[in-house]
Design a protein around this ligand. Structure first.
Ligand code: CAO
Length: 399
């Protein structure tokens, strides 16, 4: 056995460089090419890997130190017969004018991820830095829990399409008192995933409006006298929205592939329905061709199917826009979360009666608050305002 001093190699353009990470500790057993330290210059970060199989005997520097070519940064114990690229190159460099050993450093993208204490090879670290992956989140399957390329690949694979849901740590909460644990239904779990993904990937903006529904409330009362099923304000809102979608095709679109806009020529409205298993969104197809009474029938049919767990695949597919009504529950306004790949969703709140002055006379009116959350990548504020004005005036005129 012999001890070899490891020196900072020729770094090319950089003079003083800072040590931003020490990847090993005294006593660590290294394989050739395992990273020992990471240096950072103004232009890049570079890993300095080991030239030997061996054991770290001493570390001569600490994070934050400035170093330059030739600075001894560690001592490694190697087998007597171990050959060293560094030693070879040092011999070469004494006999030749220029022999940059920059290839000994692994040039990597500058990033501020902390990899201290991580057991991973340089290639894994390099990819992780480039993709800004926190290696602390990966449990290594290699020797001494080393993170292998396969560990990294499966982590990337399992996180590529879905956003990771953040959950609280049960252990940190159970100290505060008694509790029960309940399993979540599949619908709730899927809903949680979809809502999180939508919220994290779509820039949402909400627009709030109110409509005077006095006229349609009168129509509704009249219709309900002759209708075999109950017609609620929601049927009118769905109808008015379908007419607005005809006039504002941008609202009836999806961002597809590499950012192209798909403008759909059909209008299918998803209706959020609350069930014991969670929220489901069955779809009323070709709404613009339906009359108020038919829309009411559809609402009843899909909500009954949803609550009786009788929805088929076709009932929940193909919506181009969604409406979520909490009108029967209450509230003065809320910001619903967009149902991807759609670009807008309307939230309906509870109508209220109010008296107002009209031509010097006190009149009673029914006012309906409703809101629109929209994808700001596709819709701008003016589009949203005009779309909502259209719905408001359509409702106020009467349908
Ligand atoms: N203002 C005042 N009253 C309203 C109203 C409104 N905007 N909307 C409905 N109502 C009234 C109805 O007229 C009905 O009154 P009566 O009982 O006196 O007849 C009552 O509220 C209950 O209506 P409903 O909820 O049964 O029917 P609906 O057509 O309004 O809604 C459905 C149907 C399936 C959408 C609804 O039952 C439902 O599940 N809503 C929850 C959706 C949800 O959870 N959304 C939140 C998701 S977060 O984005």
């Amino acid at each position: 056995m012999r001890e070899v001093e490891l020196k900072i190699p020729n770094l090319g353009e950089a003079e003083d460089t800072e040590i931003i990470e020490i990847s090993v500790k005294k006593g660590d057993i290294l394989n050739k090419n395992d990273p020992i330290i990471v240096l950072e210059s103004e232009k890049a970060a570079m890993e300095v890997p080991s030239d030997f199989d061996g054991k770290i005997k001493d570390i001569k520097v600490k994070e934050g130190d400035s170093v330059r070519e030739g600075t001894i940064f560690a001592v490694i114990e190697v087998e007597d017969n171990e050959d060293s690229t560094q030693e070879k190159e040092e011999i070469n460099s004494s006999s030749s004018e220029t022999s940059p050993i920059e290839n000994k450093t692994q040039r990597i993208e500058k990033a501020s991820i902390d990899f201290s204490g991580i057991n991973a090879g340089p290639a894994v670290r390099k990819i992780a830095r480039e993709l800004e992956i926190d290696l602390k989140k990966i449990i290594g399957s290699g020797k001494n829990k080393m993170i292998t390329k396969d560990d990294l690949k499966s982590f990337i694979h399992s996180n590529s399409n879905i956003q990771k849901l953040e959950y609280a740590d049960l252990k940190s909460l159970e100290i505060f008192g008694d509790y029960v644990i309940e399993n979540q239904s599949k619908i709730r779990k899927a809903g949680a995933k979809n809502l999180t993904q939508s919220w994290q990937s779509i820039p949402h903006v909400s627009h709030f409006e109110e409509a005077d529904i006095t006229k349609i409330e009168q129509q509704r009362r009249d219709l309900n006298k002759i209708s075999s099923i109950k017609i609620t304000p929601l049927a009118y809102i769905i109808k008015a929205t379908s007419l607005a979608l005809q006039d504002f095709p941008l609202m009836n679109s999806s961002l597809v592939d590499d950012g192209k806009l798909m403008l759909k020529k059909y209008i299918n409205i998803g209706v959020a329905v609350n069930t014991d298993q969670g929220l489901v969104v069955p779809v009323i197809k070709d709404v613009n061709n339906l009359k108020i009474g038919q829309i009411a029938e559809n609402i009843l049919e899909i909500s009954t199917k949803a609550r009786d767990k009788k929805l088929m695949k076709d009932d929940i597919e193909g919506s181009t826009f969604t409406i979520s009504s909490l009108g029967g529950i209450g509230g003065t306004g809320f910001s619903p979360i967009i149902n991807p790949p759609e670009v807008g969703i309307i939230g309906v709140s509870r109508a209220r009666n109010m008296t107002t002055l009209l031509n010097g006379n006190l009149v009673e009116k029914t006012i309906l608050p409703f809101s629109l959350s929209y994808d700001h990548r596709v819709i701008n504020g003016v589009d949203a305002g005009e779309f909502m004005n259209f719905i408001k005036s359509t409702i106020e005129k009467g349908l």
